[in-house]
Design a protein around this ligand. Structure first.
Ligand code: ZN
Ligand code: ZN
Length: 358
């Protein structure tokens, strides 16, 4: 009996050892196959002509392991734009094989840190992947000049290292960093102002309500009869409703006050009075899911996507609690945005196709 046990242990040990010994060649072979198949891939190649939206960051300043900071990418025909670039968003774009070297520009809704703190890697990826000869254009209301000057200064030393290491042909010094493209603040009454025309793409900006940030805007992208509206950070805003009228997609910020109140109570109970004040303060400058739904209904949009999710949600099981009464206020589909979601609006159709690409 004892001999049989010993034999069994020896056989098991040999099997485990064999597996262990096999891990290195197996790992190398698998990695080689994956890398050869995926490296340098392009998620945008082969898309039908139309307008497309990729969610590269659906989080907020609050730590959320599943969500990068605020970021959306809009593809209009062969033109590529990113709107806001929060922390981690550039890596999410890279993981999704979004061809950052082909990026035509970045739009910023405002200069809160969570909307700009992924700009460093975005500038770097675009430059190094494309041997860009011009800096990345960054469109935003006046004030963007100081933000971009700061980023360029912070990255100047690193840019020098890259040029010294890879050579000017691969990383031309003139293409490093970003270039501010400021536009005049749209009127306070919510009227839109066209800030870019690029082929058949028109981008309009409109002012939203994110007090004390006085220069916060939302954007509307129109291309071949399809449209996407991005609210940026805002409390319930008639400007969003007005500018989203008849749009296919409305991407709206959303904060659920009932869940944030629980967070505030926890912070206060543990003596974190300062942080508790901040979680109380933020209630007045973000829309609730219910308000976003009302805006979507009033504007008659075909789909509402919520982003800038506050507070962080540990899993999809919390979506219903986050949405609250929103589903009763808007009959169309409401999507709780997650990083990696991709929405396609083919030109010449009413279709909205959805895919998760991460
Ligand atoms: Zn903000
Ligand atoms: Zn924000």
């Amino acid at each position: 009996m004892r001999k049989r046990w010993i034999a069994a242990i020896v056989v098991a040990a040999a099997a485990v050892g064999g597996l262990w010994l096999g891990q290195r060649p197996l790992g190398e072979a698998l990695y080689t196959r994956m890398a050869e198949a995926r490296a340098g891939g392009d998620a945008v190649a082969g898309l039908p002509d139309g307008l497309h939206l990729f969610l590269c960051g659906t989080g907020s300043p609050l730590p959320d392991p599943a969500r990068a900071g605020p970021c959306a990418a809009v593809i209009a025909g062969d033109r590529l734009y990113v709107i806001d670039v929060g922390e981690g968003a550039s890596r999410t774009l890279a993981r999704a094989q979004f061809p950052l070297g082909q990026l035509d520009g970045l739009f910023l809704t405002h200069f809160h840190s969570d909307h700009i703190d992924g700009l460093g890697p975005l500038m770097l990826f675009r430059w190094t992947q494309s041997s860009a000869r011009e800096p990345l254009p960054v469109h935003a209301p006046g004030g963007v000049e100081a933000v971009i000057a700061g980023f360029n200064a912070a990255y100047a030393t690193d840019n020098g290292y890259r040029v010294a290491h890879h050579g000017e042909a691969i990383v031309p010094p003139a293409g490093a960093g970003a270039r501010a493209v400021p536009f005049a603040l749209p009127p306070a009454d919510g009227s839109p102002v066209v800030v870019l025309r690029d082929g058949e793409l028109t981008v309009s900006a409109f002012r939203v309500d994110h007090d004390p940030v006085s220069t916060a805007v939302g954007y509307r992208f129109d291309y071949k009869g399809r449209s996407i509206v991005i609210s940026g950070d805002t409390a319930a805003s008639s400007a969003v409703t007005r500018n989203a009228r008849g749009a296919d997609l409305l991407l709206h910020d959303a904060l659920q006050p009932r869940l944030v109140a629980a967070l505030t109570r926890g912070l206060a109970a543990r003596g974190a009075a300062g942080t508790a004040k901040i979680t109380r303060d933020i209630l007045d400058y973000h829309a609730t899911p219910e308000e976003a739904a009302e805006s979507a209904r009033a504007a008659g949009v075909d789909m509402l996507i919520l982003t800038h999710i506050v507070p962080p949600l540990p899993s999809r099981a919390f979506h219903a609690a986050f949405l609250g009464d929103a589903p009763s206020r808007y009959a169309g589909p409401i999507v709780v945005g997650e990083d990696g979601q991709f929405f396609s609006l083919p030109a010449g159709s009413d279709a909205i196709e959805r895919e998760d690409i991460l």
